[in-house]
Design a protein. Structure first.
Length: 317
């Protein structure tokens, strides 16, 4: 089953548990592809709409990194099924909103291509510039035939869809934590804070430190390296940097984007020949390894949901 078919199957299976809509349609030579929006229907909530924190999960920004889509859907299934018998989970869903964009770059996913149908890297496409971007890797304007193309100045339809969703959620949330799922960089799982544009600390740095401290205290044996993205490299056009700046300009609520960079190079240790396949560096391929990766990240996703369900008290302390 293709990754986009997985999303359709998931939507059909849990239609009673989901609010579903299409954000926009990507039209290209390969066909027309819809950008799906999923929101878990809340349990009965005593909180006013704008008093709830939101957890936003995003995957498929880079089409080659489809394991993020699978991890996201696996987690939503876990929450929906557990809520059927666990009143504590139902309470969390009444206190926090879960929204998912499981395939932000559907044309790239379908073609197994990092960029979108226009050859644009969606993580290099926003109108922000870095202090010291890494040459080429940090974004280039030479050609859409080469990786990391920033585009010609226009914000792509997929980027516009994400911007619209985030701004809408910020308008109706008391806080927003976003987790963007990626793979293809390094052999260790990393949780990156934003501000890929600068070596300076990102906005709300004290809140990120609170989050890291709580993760370390609650799960002392967790597998993640918690760090600023700019410690690895700086990039032009980071969409999350742009959204942070926009939220600051609007004097919006607490907004904390994060990226989960799954250490996909590790997956090649027992199958080094997969390095020669198109997706070997980005996807675990073998079914049992896919299942293992999905299980591996349940803890982090559950932790972030718990933080959102207790957002006011968590950050107040």
């Amino acid at each position: 089953m293709s990754v986009l078919s997985e999303i359709t199957s998931f939507k059909d299976r849990y239609q009673k548990d989901l609010i579903f809509r299409n954000l926009d349609t990507v039209m290209c030579n390969e066909g027309n592809f819809e950008i799906p929006y999923l929101e878990l229907k809340p349990a009965h909530s005593k909180s006013k709409e704008n008093e709830r924190f939101t957890l936003l999960l995003v995957a498929g920004v880079h089409g080659l990194e489809s394991i993020g889509v699978t991890v996201l859907l696996h987690y939503l299934e876990h929450v929906i099924e557990t809520a059927r018998w666990n009143s504590a989970v139902r309470s969390m869903l009444s206190a926090a909103r879960i929204v998912a964009l499981p395939a932000l770059n559907p044309s790239g996913i379908q073609a197994r291509r990092r960029a979108n149908a226009n050859g644009v890297d969606l993580m290099r496409n926003a109108p922000v510039r870095a202090e010291s971007p890494v040459p080429f890797l940090g974004g280039q304007t030479l050609s859409p035939m080469l990786p990391y193309f920033r585009g010609t100045g226009e914000v792509e339809v997929e980027s516009r869809a994400l911007i619209s969703v985030v701004q809408n959620l910020l308008d109706k949330s008391s806080g927003l934590i976003a987790l963007d799922l990626h793979s293809g960089f390094g052999a260790r799982d990393r949780v990156w804070t934003p501000w890929a544009m600068s070596s300076a600390l990102p906005p709300h740095w004290e809140h990120y430190l609170t989050l890291e401290k709580a993760l370390n205290g609650s799960f002392p044996d967790h597998v993640y390296k918690f760090e600023r993205q700019s410690q690895s490299y700086q990039t032009d056009g980071d969409i999350w940097d742009y959204l942070l700046i926009e939220n600051q300009n609007r004097n919006g609520p607490l907004f904390m984007p994060l990226a989960l960079e799954m250490g996909s190079w590790n997956w090649l240790k027992k199958s080094p020949w997969r390095a020669f396949s198109k997706i070997g560096w980005f996807h675990p391929v073998a079914p049992h390894r896919v299942q293992r990766v999905c299980r591996r990240h349940l803890t982090l996703l559950d932790f972030l949901l718990n933080v959102c369900a207790n957002g006011r008290d968590f950050f107040k302390s």
